[in-house]
Design a binder for this molecule. Sequence first.
Ligand SMILES: Nc1ncnc2c1ncn2[C@@H]1O[C@H](COP(=O)(O)OP(=O)(O)OP(=O)(O)O)[C@@H](O)[C@H]1O
Length: 246
Amino acid sequence: MNDAVIRAEGLTKRYDATLAVDELSFAQPRGSTWGLLGGNGAGKSTSIAMLLGLLVPSAGRITVLGHDMARDRFAALARMNFSSPYVALPAKLSVAENLRVYAHLYNVRGAEARIAELAEELQLTDILNRPAGQLSAGQKTRVALAKSLINRPELLLLDEPTASLDPDTGDWVRSWLERYRAASGCSILLASHNMAEVERLCDHVLMLKQGRLVAEGRPAELVARFGRASLEDVFLDIARDRRATA
Ligand SMILES: Nc1ncnc2c1ncn2[C@@H]1O[C@H](COP(=O)(O)OP(=O)(O)OP(=O)(O)O)[C@@H](O)[C@H]1O
């Protein structure tokens, strides 16, 4: 598939005795939202870290937006971004200062206007001067999203975008992401443990277990293939080996 935003071929990461990711291959089409699912320790974060060029694969090849990550990762990194509630922003810098640092790192032209635009869209205007360390979980999530959109990425990697949010705030973030991708055409790969979120946002899911890709397809397709009522049931079947994987 030539229009793949991410192409992984035989992607493998070994830590001594642990095979964290085991020959993962997939091609995600541009403009799609895909989910990376699996239980704790399945290899999601390791896969994302390799896609971001933070970890060097033990074997295999990654192409992002047409760039081979082993040879040309800076060209890809300029056109992508990442958000995770588990990566803290410098706590003493204000929200605006944090966004300026990232705007500078990504060489964003018209940085102040971009920050004002994102602050407006993500309801950050009233907290721009507040230190990042003093924000609530919901505010931190919105700031992390603003940070991840500062360079208008064509590919957005999201690690549990709504972890630790109350249902109302989680729903706000999911609705916001739906509007954002429709307006921007951005491709998204998201890791999540929230199956309702995945069913709502993802066109296609990759299910990992012990580093291996054990099932993939559209959420509705997987639910039908496993003869279950929801993606949560499919997840449990795979996690508990209740059915042959497909
Ligand atoms: N730096 C490391 N050194 C050794 N083993 C590691 C390292 N990082 C991860 N692992 C192991 O690799 C495997 C995959 O871990 P990973 O963090 O990618 O899983 P995950 O799917 O993101 O899990 P979670 O949902 O708990 O975040 C696990 O067995 C983990 O213990």
